[in-house]
Design a protein around this ligand. Structure first.
Ligand SMILES: Nc1ncnc2c1ncn2[C@@H]1O[C@H](COP(=O)(O)OP(=O)(O)OP(=O)(O)O)[C@@H](O)[C@H]1O
Length: 281
């Protein structure tokens, strides 16, 4: 099978003292929404940046659509992969439509088509067309992040890399952005690799969650796999109560915790009940 992205025995260090990624093996299918989850400094961003070659790896193989990274023209590869980051990085002297369609300009697309595409993309990310002529400084934080996502989608990429793209906005806007992204993914079916340290965000978005710790993949699977079948004590403690509360109503959990605390129900029975509840929902 040809995967969208394949990491095989990938290792990476910035300095001789610290191994940042160690023996990473991960194969991502076309259309998957994979979330790289882990604490600050565990290596998520580094792993993501290997895909569009913003960073080099030291050992192993990386294939994009079955072809080795080294066999690509790197500029072309970068332009064909969408990339959205928390800092957004819009060009301050360009209007919104120019920012959104910049990659198309590089590809030689004419101005009329670029304007039309920018307009359609703005609509897709839930922004009004009036914003097309604004400059980035005239946008709110949430609007900037939406423009960032629109820009990443401009070249109709089959792969989107997203590094905490909704990190700098309030909770409500963040939830809206997440919902919108899920809709876009359902509609366009790109392969998305999304970095976050937020368990709730990971569970809302990912069809597969890859949990990273100290530069290694410690477990991958669905949210339910991680919560109900943690492979190591680290996975169990990392997810903790947050993992359960990302999957269930707080009121349900409170009641169960109370019953376990009072000795009315044992922990195993409680977990089995939750898992059953989840599979029925
Ligand atoms: N340019 C660099 N030079 C040296 N060390 C670096 C460099 N960039 C990152 N590192 C180190 O590599 C490790 C992994 O960093 P990385 O940014 O990949 O982590 P992360 O999981 O994305 O963290 P965060 O969630 O805080 O962004 C950290 O220990 C970091 O200090």
């Amino acid at each position: 099978m040809e995967y969208a992205i394949e990491f095989e025995h990938i290792s990476k260090s910035y300095t001789p003292e610290e191994v940042v990624l160690s023996d990473i093996n991960l194969a991502i299918q076309q259309g998957e929404f994979v979330v790289l989850l882990g604490q600050s400094g565990c290596g998520k961003t580094t792993l993501l940046k290997l895909v569009n070659n913003l960073l080099d790896f030291d050992a192993g193989y990386l294939r994009i659509h079955g072809k080795k990274l080294s066999d690509y023209n790197i500029e072309e590869l970068r332009r064909s992969i969408g990339y959205a980051i928390q800092q957004v990085g819009l060009f301050p002297h360009m209007r919104v439509w120019e920012n959104v369609s910049y990659v198309l300009k590089l590809q030689g697309v004419d101005i009329q088509q670029r304007k039309e595409r920018a307009e359609r993309l703005l609509e897709l990310v839930g922004l009004k067309r009036e914003l097309l002529m604004r400059y980035p400084r005239q946008l709110s934080g949430g609007q900037k992040q939406r423009v960032g996502v629109a820009r990443a989608l401009a070249a109709n990429p089959s792969i989107m890399l997203m590094d905490e793209p909704f990190g700098a906005v309030d909770e409500q806007t963040r939830t809206q952005l997440q919902d919108q992204l899920k809709q876009i993914h359902r509609k366009l079916g790109q392969t998305i690799v999304f970095v976050t340290h937020d368990i709730r965000e990971a569970f809302r978005l990912g069809t597969r969650i890859v949990l990273i710790h100290h530069g290694s993949i410690v477990q991958e699977g669905t949210a339910e796999d991680l919560v109900f079948r943690p492979k190591t004590p680290f996975v169990r403690s990392f997810l903790g109560r947050q993992g359960f509360s990302a999957l269930f109503d707080e009121a349900v959990l409170d009641k169960l915790y109370e019953r376990v605390g009072q000795g009315k129900q044992d922990m195993q029975a409680c977990l089995a009940l939750l898992e059953q509840k989840k599979s029925q929902s």
